[in-house]
Ligand binder design. Structure first.
Ligand code: NAD
Length: 504
C-alpha cells in the first residue's frame, strides 16, 4: 500500500466528483440492469433544494460496481473515494442517502427477508421481514447528530461530530442485511463510508442489499460504493480490513472470536459482542405478564437476538406457578431429562475450556425441529420449548440462541441474581427482572451492570422495540458505546472563536 492504492483513490475521487459536480447523479445509470432498485424519492429530506440534472456519460471504472468487490484493497480504495466525494456534499444530501437505504428496506422487505431466510436457513421468516422494516423505520440518520456549543466571556466554542472516513464493518449471520442496513444509515449520516466483511453464511443477501443501496444512492446523488462489500468474505479478508491503513475505525457485531480479533488489531473498535441475557422472576411479579414477555423476547426469530432472554431464574415460592403461566401462553414444557438430552445434542464445550455454545446446525432452529431431535412432537406453530434445569446446565451457561429456555428454581431473590450474574459471564449485555419491588429492581440493576436492563417487559423493549428509545441491532456492550447511533461513528471536533461572536 500503497502508491497503487493512492492512485486508484485519486482517480476514483476525480471521477465521482465529476459526476456529482455535473449533476450526473440525477439520471438512472445506464448499466443499472436487472435487480436495480426502483426509482426512490427522498421524502422528508427536503428535495426541493437538491439539484438533479442530466450530464455526461458515466465513468468507465470505479462507479457502477455497486459496492461489489472481491479484494480488500480495491474495496477500500473505492469506499475511500466515495467517502471523499460524500464529504464534499451537503448534510441534506447525506440525509437523502440515508433515506434511500431506508426506502429499499421498506419497499423490498418481503423479498429481501425471504432471501435472507433462504440463504442463512436460520430463524423465523416473518421476523426476517420485521427486522428490515425495523431498519427502515428506526435506523437513525442525520437528525440524530449532536453538536454542542459553549458561549461565554471568552467567545464561542463549537463541538461538532466529524467522520472517521472508511469504517471496517463485520456483520453477523443472525441478521446479515438488517445489521448492514442500520450500520450504513448511521455511518453515512455521520459522513463515513463502509467496507463490510459479512458473515460467509449471509454473504449473498448482504451483497445484494449493498448493490440495491448503492444503486439507489448513485441514481440520486451520483456516488457509488459508499457501502462496499467483500463478496467472498473470509477470516483473511477480515484481517486485511482490520490492518488496512485507510480504515479509520472498526465496527464489529458478532461473537467472542471476532471481537477478540478486532481488539487485537490496534485500531479503535466498536464491539457489539455476545451476551447471555438472564431473567429473574421474584415472588411479587405479575406471572402472566412475565410469561407473555418471556415468550415474546425468547421466541423472536427463534431467539437469534443477542438481547433475547436465554435463561430464567425463578424464586421457589412461585416456581411452579411460573411454569404453569408459561404453558398458558403456549410454550411447550419439556421434562428435565428431555432438556438435558437436548443439551447433549445441541451444545458443545470448546476443548480450550471457554463457555459452551450451541452447535451451528441448531442455532435459530424452530422449536418443532429441535423437539423432533429428542423424539418429541410439538405443533409447527409452537414458538418456545422450556423446562427446569440446574444452574450449571449447558443450556444455561451457553449463549445458545435457540428457542429452548431453561428455568432454574432458586432459594431466594439474592441467589437468583447471583446465578444470573454468573451466567451473564461479564459480557455486560442485557438482563431482565420481573418484580413489583423497587428494592429488588434496583439491587439487580446495580449488581448486573449490563448495557440493557429491562423491568417487567420483554428483552427487546430495552432495544426500543415496544419500549421507549431508539433501536439498533448493534449494541456495543463490549466496548461500552451502548445502543449505536450516528454519533457513535464520529470523531470529536472542536472549533473555538476567542473573544468574539457571542451576541448577548
Ligand atoms: P460469529 O462470531 O460467528 O460471526 C460474526 C462475524 O465475525 C462474521 O462475519 C464472521 O465471519 C466473523 N468472524 C468470526 N470469527 C472471526 C475472526 N476470528 N476474525 C475475523 N472475523 C471473524 O457470530 P454470529 O453467529 O454471526 O452472530 C452471533 C453472535 O453475535 C452472538 O454471539 C451474538 O450475541 C452476537 N451479536 C451481538 C450483537 C450486539 O448487538 N451486541 C448483535 C448481533 C449479534
Amino acid at each position: 500500500m500503497t502508491q497503487v492504492n493512492e492512485r486508484i483513490v485519486h482517480e476514483l475521487v476525480h471521477q465521482v466528483l465529476q459526476q456529482v459536480e455535473t449533476g450526473w447523479g440525477g439520471r438512472v445509470p445506464p448499466t443499472a440492469g436487472k435487480g436495480a432498485a426502483p426509482p426512490v424519492s427522498a421524502s422528508g429530506a427536503g428535495t426541493a433544494r437538491v439539484k438533479a440534472a442530466a450530464g455526461p456519460a458515466p465513468p468507465a471504472t470505479g462507479a457502477n460496481r455497486w459496492g461489489q468487490f472481491t479484494d480488500v484493497e480495491t474495496a477500500v480504495a473505492a469506499a475511500r473515494a466515495a467517502q471523499q466525494a460524500l464529504s464534499r456534499q451537503s448534510l441534506e444530501r447525506r440525509g437523502i442517502a440515508c433515506e434511500l437505504i431506508r426506502q429499499v428496506c421498506r419497499t423490498r422487505a418481503d423479498e429481501l427477508g425471504r432471501m435472507e431466510f433462504e440463504e442463512t436457513k436460520i430463524g423465523h421468516l416473518p421476523h426476517k421481514v420485521d427486522k428490515l422494516l425495523l431498519a427502515a423505520d428506526c435506523a437513525q440518520g442525520i437528525e440524530a447528530l449532536r453538536t454542542e456549543c459553549f458561549s461565554g466571556d471568552n467567545g464561542i466554542t463549537l463541538e461538532e461530530r466529524g467522520p472517521w472516513g472508511v469504517i471496517g464493518v463485520i456483520t453477523p449471520v443472525t441478521h446479515s442485511l438488517p445489521t448492514l442496513a442500520i450500520n450504513a444509515v448511521n455511518m453515512i449520516a455521520a459522513g463515513n463510508s463502509l467496507v463490510c466483511n459479512p458473515h460467509p453464511a449471509g454473504k449473498r443477501i448482504a451483497a445484494y442489499g449493498a448493490q440495491l443501496f448503492n444503486q439507489a444512492i448513485y441514481e440520486k446523488l451520483g456516488i457509488d460504493n459508499l457501502i462496499s462489500i467483500i463478496t467472498n468474505p473470509t477470516i483473511e479478508t477480515a484481517g486485511q480490513i482490520f490492518s488496512h491503513p485507510h480504515v479509520g475505525l472498526l465496527t464489529i457485531t458478532g461473537g467472542p472470536g471476532v471481537v477478540a480479533a478486532a481488539l487485537k488489531s490496534g485500531k479503535r473498535a466498536i464491539c457489539a459482542g455476545p451476551g447471555n441475557p438472564p431473567v429473574v422472576v421474584d415472588a411479587s411479579a405479575d406471572l402472566d405478564n412475565a410469561a407473555r414477555c418471556i415468550l415474546e423476547g425468547a421466541s423472536y426469530d427463534n431467539n437469534l437476538l443477542c438481547c433475547g432472554e436465554k435463561e430464567v431464574y425463578v424464586v421457589a415460592e412461585v416456581f411452579d406457578a411460573m411454569m404453569e403461566a408459561m404453558a398458558r401462553v403456549g410454550a411447550h414444557r419439556l421434562s428435565t431429562d428431555q432438556m438435558e438430552e437436548l443439551a447433549k445434542i445441541c451444545i458443545q464445550s470448546p476443548p480450550d475450556g471457554g463457555h459452551p455454545h450451541a452447535i451451528k446446525e441448531f442455532v435459530g432452529a424452530a422449536p418443532d425441529v429441535l423437539a423432533r431431535k429428542i423424539g418429541v412432537t410439538v405443533p409447527s406453530d409452537c414458538r418456545l420449548l422450556y423446562g427446569q434445569t440446574g444452574p450449571d446446565s449447558p443450556l444455561v451457561q451457553a449463549e445458545q440462541m435457540t428457542p429452548v429456555l431453561p428455568f432454574v428454581r432458586c432459594n431466594s431473590f439474592e441467589e437468583a441474581v447471583d446465578f444470573a450474574l454468573q451466567a451473564e459471564h461479564g459480557y455486560r449485555h442485557t438482563a431482565v427482572v420481573h418484580s413489583k419491588l423497587v428494592d429488588h429492581m434496583t439491587y439487580m440493576g446495580k449488581i448486573m451492570d449490563t448495557t440493557l436492563y429491562i423491568k417487567n417487559g420483554p428483552s427487546v423493549a430495552g432495544d426500543g422495540i415496544g419500549g421507549e428509545g431508539y433501536t439498533n441491532l448493534s449494541i456495543a456492550c463490549t466496548t461500552g458505546e451502548g445502543v449505536c447511533t450516528p454519533n457513535t461513528f464520529t470523531r470529536f471536533r472542536r472549533c473555538t472563536m476567542v473573544d468574539n461572536l457571542r451576541i448577548v
